[in-house]
Design a binder for this molecule. Structure first.
Ligand code: ARG
Length: 575
């Protein structure tokens, strides 16, 4: 199975080497889809300049060297190469793809161990909807690497430790365990936090108790640890409800919160100090990875032990990176975390490299997640200005989806199922379809739109093809062609579908799931044109054409279903 763009890139590179010498064998021939042919290669334009020759002449020299390939090439304009593939080749490739159980998706060679740090909400701070996005993007990537045959180790780096736990535990004692658990399980962590905070700020005795509680917690006092568990377990039960609603693959076994690294922090600091990588500065133990300076040109510190002896976010991340390399045996570590933490991660990675904890053979990447904004362009809040409860937000998406399909005549149960899939699909697809590092406006109306590059549109496109098969009384798996490409819309669709495997590879390499969304959207659009122009089941369509078109429907369906599944977007059977 071969992506035409990749096949052609290799061909043109070979021709470049033949015509101008092997030093050009790796040049990017700049092959793009074109409106005048299947593809256009623009390399002759830039190469002409370099070689001081007319680009047209360069283009002709490449064309002459292309040799025997399944298509035709033509030099046009100032020096473009217009390339058209033989329909026979496309047909053969598409038919092979249809017979391939992996629908053209390859396997990672060699398979890697990919550690993905994602979701990571905080229990002791305000929970915010930004974590929805890190959850959704991280989960899609986890599914994709697994599908490619790599081993994925999910790490949910919960914010479950630190000084706020003193006041959170004292507040738990004040209101009683049962009441606290009820509140936390219901997703009212923010209200809980705010109540504790208000007392902390206004009540001296409470403040003193809270501070003492931090000390007893850190010393490992059994009763305090038990109370911490009561708090955390209830909080995690709420997170689990959110995960279940979203259909993400995270489980409790993937929880590796900040608290997990407690016992490693002292050694982390000692080892870094012994290596001379960490030094004391104004009483604090600091890392000064090379290349980081503040506004005053002074080296920027990454504090791993405060002057009062306490540890913080950076200490934990230094311990975590070592654990991920040494114990989890990562080849690649992804941190799917807000873009505002970019400096922190650059410093952690640099310091870990400096310490020799992160060898060159292991890559560490911060997958920056852009901030979630409200329609007003500000940080996302409810109308009354409070932060938004994740579950309420998800429920609203489902309710709105239910309203949108209310008049389609489904019974209550079916309607609820579809509404769930459409609501969650809309939220997830909206997060995935734009590049992960751009800011993102959370807008129900747009994400629930049934047309455009949205979840509901993609689900609808898929459900529509399923219904064609229901009408035909044929299972999609039984549609095996052969595929014949009669009209341009068939050809365009088939040619596009051949690029599926390459897009998935690219998404895995670049960690850019929005590219898969764009590919699937283009698939649905090309299918729409095909379906308008090419009757499948209509009377008068001869048996061969019908078989071919059903095969194209089946291949499109497989690409859409597989692609949406890799993204974690559910597809209801009907819509
Ligand atoms: N809990 C953090 C936050 O909400 C994200 C943690 C990301 N992972 C990490 N290893 N630091 O900002």
């Amino acid at each position: 199975m071969t992506d035409p763009q990749i096949v052609l890139t290799e061909r043109v590179q070979q021709a470049l080497a033949n015509a101008f010498g092997s030093e050009y064998a790796d040049a990017d021939p700049l092959i793009r889809p074109s409106q005048f042919a299947d593809f256009q290669a623009n390399v002759a334009m830039s190469l002409g300049k370099r070689l001081r020759r007319a680009p047209r002449e360069v283009a002709q020299a490449i064309a002459d060297q292309l040799g025997d390939f399944p298509g035709t090439v033509e030099v046009s304009g100032p020096g473009f190469l217009n390339i058209t593939l033989d329909s026979g080749w496309i047909t053969a490739e598409a038919t092979e793809m249809l017979a391939d159980p992996r629908t053209g998706i390859g396997t990672a060679t060699p398979p890697q161990r990919v550690v993905i740090d994602y979701s990571a909400p905080n229990a002791a701070k305000e929970m915010h909807v930004g974590h929805l996005r890190t959850t959704i993007v991280g989960d899609a990537m986890a599914r994709i690497y697994e599908h490619l045959g790599s081993t994925v180790v999910r790490q949910n780096h919960l914010g479950d430790w630190g000084t706020p736990f003193g006041m959170l535990i004292e507040h738990l004692l004040d209101i009683g365990e049962a009441a606290a658990v009820e509140q936390l399980e219901a997703g009212q962590g923010t209200e809980y936090y705010q109540a504790a905070r208000a007392k902390f700020d206004s009540d001296e005795a409470f403040k003193t108790r809270s501070r003492q509680r931090v000390t007893t917690l850190q010393s490992g006092d059994p009763e305090t640890i038990r109370l911490w568990h009561v708090f955390m377990d209830a909080t995690i039960r709420y997170f689990d409800k959110v995960y279940e609603m979203l259909g993400v693959t995270l489980t409790d076994a993937d929880i590796a919160g900040e608290s997990m690294y407690n016992s490693m922090l002292e050694k982390t600091c000692d080892d870094l100090e012994a290596q001379g990588v960490a030094v004391l500065s104004e009483g604090a133990l600091c890392l000064f990875p090379p290349g980081f300076t503040g506004s005053d040109d002074k080296p920027l510190p990454l504090i791993i032990r405060k002057s009062d002896g306490g540890y913080g976010y950076a200490s934990t991340d230094m311990a975590a990176i070592r654990y991920r390399v040494d114990d989890l045996k990562a080849d690649r570590i992804l941190y799917v975390v807000g873009a505002d933490q970019a400096l922190h991660f650059r410093m952690v990675f640099a310091a870990a490299r400096q310490a020799g904890w992160l060898p060159d053979s292991v890559s560490a990447e911060h997958v920056q997640i852009g901030m979630m904004l409200g329609k007003d362009g500000r940080r996302f809040k409810t109308r009354s200005g409070e932060s938004v409860k994740l579950m309420d937000l998800l429920q609203e998406a489902v309710d709105r989806a239910g309203t949108a399909i209310a008049e389609r005549g489904y019974d209550e149960e079916t309607r609820a199922e579809i509404a769930h899939a459409v609501g969650m699909g809309a939220v997830k697809y909206a997060d995935l379809s734009i590049s992960h590092d751009s800011e993102y406006v959370f807008d129900f109306d747009r994400m629930l739109n049934f047309s455009g590059n949205t979840g509901p549109y993609m689900q609808y496109a898929t459900a529509r093809i399923r219904s064609i098969f229901r009408k035909a009384g044929v299972e999609p798996a039984a549609a095996q062609g052969p595929i014949i490409l009669g009209v341009p819309a068939e050809r365009a669709l088939a040619l596009h579908l051949l690029g599926f495997g390459a897009v998935v590879d690219q998404v895995a390499d670049l960690v850019e799931p929005h590219r898969l969304c764009a590919f699937l959207f283009e698939t649905a659009s090309l299918f729409s044109t095909f379906y308008e122009e090419c009757p499948v089941l209509m009377e008068g369509v001869d048996a061969e054409t019908r078989a071919s078109r059903l095969a194209l429907c089946a291949l499109t369906l497989r690409v859409l279903e597989t692609g949406l599944d890799l993204l974690g977007v559910p597809v209801p059977d009907r819509m």
